[in-house]
Design a binder for this molecule. Structure first.
Ligand code: GRF
Length: 189
């Protein structure tokens, strides 16, 4: 399974995936490329340190479809079969979703359908949720939407700050993403 990972920033989920692939936890798979839409994404250095090819494709004021077409072309050039969004902060164009039918996955830091969009952890705190977590799902044309592959729950503690809750969820995200990819590799998702 040739995996392409899209990032925009820190890249901790990308690292979790790359390390799980490297240590054989996700069998018969390879991270073919990490693509960032931001040249200064910290994740680019982490990918390079792991010997994974990195490519920067910035938006540069182009239309979304045009930007996405370049990303699709780079993914196709490398024979990518599964696209993992890992902190990629852009909505994909319909053409992108159609180019990889049922082969794009995303991770989101809430129990979808609760709290889609930005600042999901803050949304959970402000709503007074007692439980939150993360969701790995197939991507469709809507934001943070599409069939769920798996979710992991995290307790929301009294007095939690956004940072504390986010850190607890992030810990589960890394395990959830690896588990979801194992399921996909095994044809179980
Ligand atoms: C994660 O919380 C992920 O769920 C969300 O953006 C964040 C990315 O973090 N989509 P990282 O770049 O993987 O460290």
């Amino acid at each position: 399974m040739k995996i392409g990972i899209l990032i925009s920033g820190r890249g901790s989920n990308m690292v979790a995936i790359a390390d799980a692939v490297a240590n054989g936890e996700i069998p018969l798979s390879e991270v073919a490329v990490v693509i960032s839409d931001k040249a200064d994404a910290a994740g680019l250095v982490k990918a390079a340190e792991r010997g994974v090819e990195t490519v920067v494709i910035e938006r540069n004021g182009r239309k979304r479809a045009e930007h996405d077409a370049e990303i699709i072309s780079e993914l196709n050039k490398r024979g990518v079969e599964l696209v993992c969004l890992a902190g990629y902060m852009r909505l994909l164009s319909p053409d992108f979703v159609r180019a990889f039918p049922n082969r794009i996955v995303n991770i989101h830091p809430s129990l979808l359908p609760a709290f889609p969009g930005l600042d999901a952890q803050r949304q959970a705190l402000e709503a007074g949720a007692k439980v939150s977590g993360c969701t790995v799902h197939y991507v469709d044309e809507l934001l943070d939407h599409g069939p769920t592959i798996l979710q992991r729950e995290v307790e929301v503690r009294d007095g939690d700050t956004v940072e504390e809750l986010s850190a607890r969820i992030l810990n589960e995200e890394h395990a959830a993403y690896v588990e979801a990819l194992k399921m996909i590799a095994a044809g179980e998702a």
